[in-house]
Write a protein that binds this ligand. Structure first.
Ligand SMILES: Cc1cc2nc3c(=O)[nH]c(=O)nc-3n(C[C@H](O)[C@H](O)[C@H](O)COP(=O)(O)O)c2cc1C
Length: 315
């Protein structure tokens, strides 16, 4: 199979970690990714609660990690403690600058990770004791800083720190996996490609939209967070499939924030999975999704294809 020094050291058969995706990467997807030889992560997003974490933990099997959003973890008292008590092998907390969680995880014997957007951010994380940094490029799906594309970022982070580096953002095929491993990543942090798998919590219409979308159809926006009144810091917009709501409100965020009808419209659309209005988080790698293959098939195909590409140069 395909492995790296990091994946072997971490006890994985393949160098794939599923990105913790709130509302998408539940216990069932995590179990499937782990069964395929990677590391399955349960993602707790902006609406995470202690009860929703407990529910996803009931579905997980085998080794797993947990990903939390910093400002949600601080609001939901007990969420971090519950995550630590579940004994994940990896705890990822992103979107924050207070590193007090790192010591708590280390004291519990749990490896730590966080997403970074430049070399200086990688150094700050490592100085705070984080074990693994995720170089998360601007082409990635969901929330994140839009600073550098995955390859220039990976280059800068590998230059800046000596801990293992995972590459996230646009890794959605054998080719992109081979590229980041050839560059020196210890593994890939794969979001969008796995969001379309049947084991994800993704609704049926959303999965069909991910399969149909082209890589040119994403937009970076804050409109869904503004309309929903979520406390996302401004520097973390989200990359989504463009739709009517995005087109209508982008660059009119102040007006949107003051429009209760827009919030009602969004809430109703999310409940009805009406994708003209509801958000679908997706990165530019969405164009590489051509079917609704299972997580095990996606991982096997990415890894065997990457291995063939990489061994071409070995001779
Ligand atoms: C549907 C979706 C939900 C996400 N939710 C979270 C989240 O809750 N926490 C987090 O740290 N990152 C989240 N992300 C970002 C991922 O961790 C990761 O940066 C991204 O998926 C990598 O790029 P890719 O989507 O191109 O693979 C999400 C991404 C997607 C696509």
């Amino acid at each position: 199979m395909l492995s790296t020094p990091w994946s072997r050291g971490f006890g994985l058969q393949v160098p794939i970690v599923n990105a913790p995706m709130g509302g998408v990467a539940g216990g069932r997807l995590a179990a499937a990714v782990t069964a395929a030889g990677g590391l399955g992560m349960i993602g707790m997003g902006s609406t995470a609660t202690r009860a929703s974490l407990a529910e996803q933990l009931r579905q997980v099997a085998g080794r797993f990690g947990i990903g939390l959003v910093d400002w949600v973890m601080r609001r939901e008292v007990g969420l971090l403690e519950d995550a630590l008590a579940a004994e994940p092998v990896l705890l990822s907390v992103s979107f924050g600058t207070d590193w007090s969680w790192v010591v708590k995880a280390r004291d519990a014997g749990i490896a730590t990770a966080t997403q970074v957007y430049d070399g200086a951010g990688a150094r700050r994380a490592v100085d705070a004791g984080v074990d693994i940094v995720v170089a998360r490029g601007a082409e990635g799906g969901g929330h994140g800083e839009v600073r550098l594309g995955t390859l220039p970022l990976l280059d800068a982070v590998l230059e800046a720190v000596s801990v293992p580096v995972l590459a996230g953002g646009g890794v959605a095929s054998a080719r992109s996996l081979a590229a980041v491993l050839a560059a020196g990543a210890g593994g890939a942090w794969v979001g969008t490609r796995l969001a379309a798998c049947p084991e994800a919590l993704t609704g049926e219409s959303t999965r069909r939209a991910l399969i149909a979308a082209r890589g040119t159809e994403t937009r970076v926006t804050r409109v869904f967070d503004v309309a929903a009144g979520l406390a996302w810091p401004r520097r973390y917009p989200s990359r989504v499939l463009s739709n009517d709501f995005v087109e209508r409100w982008t660059e009119r965020e102040n007006e949107l924030a003051a429009d209760p009808a827009a919030r009602r419209e969004l809430t109703a659309a999310i409940a009805a999975e009406d994708l003209r209005v509801a958000p679908v988080d997706a990165g530019q790698g969405v164009g590489m999704i051509g079917d609704d293959a299972s997580a095990g098939e996606v991982i096997a195909n990415m890894c065997s294809g990457a291995r063939s590409l990489l061994t071409r140069w070995g001779a």
